[in-house]
Design a protein around this ligand. Structure first.
Ligand SMILES: [Zn+2]
Length: 170
């Protein structure tokens, strides 16, 4: 099938290979080549646009993948005593307790903190910010022991005082 070309001046339909319109004698080759140049330029612009779109898509996918991996593998920690924000590795990949505010944590009693933020407490213990369970048990045992000795000392003193009182009266 042959390409038909419509003369832009007289609208006479003709074979596209004519350089001059057989009907009105207008020079068609110039018109055709400028039309071709326009088309070529448009194609280049389109290619560039598509390339840009592709690049942006690729970049945003990589950015999303990066954020996904980052937040899946790390806690983002901040807090007045902690400084930061800093990243702490998670023990397993996941998205729970990704953002840790140490102020919210240290304000809670230990049991409440471990119940509500088990992953955060673990991560902060691993990092050395919070004392480990073993250190905590040792500290509490020590505190109880000290308290016990204090009570025993006070009771002995009280007993000795009562004994002296009794001996003085008899
Ligand atoms: Zn013509």
């Amino acid at each position: 099938m042959e390409t038909q070309f419509c003369c832009p001046k007289c609208s006479h339909e003709q074979d596209s290979q004519f350089d001059i319109c057989p009907s009105c004698s207008v020079v068609l080759s110039k018109l055709k080549s400028s039309a071709a140049r326009m088309t070529h330029r448009k194609q280049l612009a389109n290619q560039r646009k598509n390339f840009k779109r592709q690049m942006l898509l690729t970049l945003s996918i990589s950015a999303a993948a990066f954020v996904f991996l980052l937040l899946g593998n790390f806690h983002v920690v901040r807090g007045s005593a902690y400084g930061g924000p800093t990243l702490l590795p998670k023990s397993t990949f996941g998205f729970s307790e990704t953002f840790i505010n140490t102020d919210a944590l240290t304000g809670l009693p230990y049991i409440a903190a471990t119940t509500r933020y088990p992953l955060s407490v673990k991560a902060l213990q691993n990092s050395g910010f919070l004392e480990t369970d073993a250190a905590r048990e040792a500290r509490i045992k020590n505190e109880i022991n000290m308290e016990y000795q204090q009570v025993m000392r006070e009771s002995r003193e009280e007993y000795e005082r009562m004994l002296r009182d009794y001996e003085m009266r008899h």
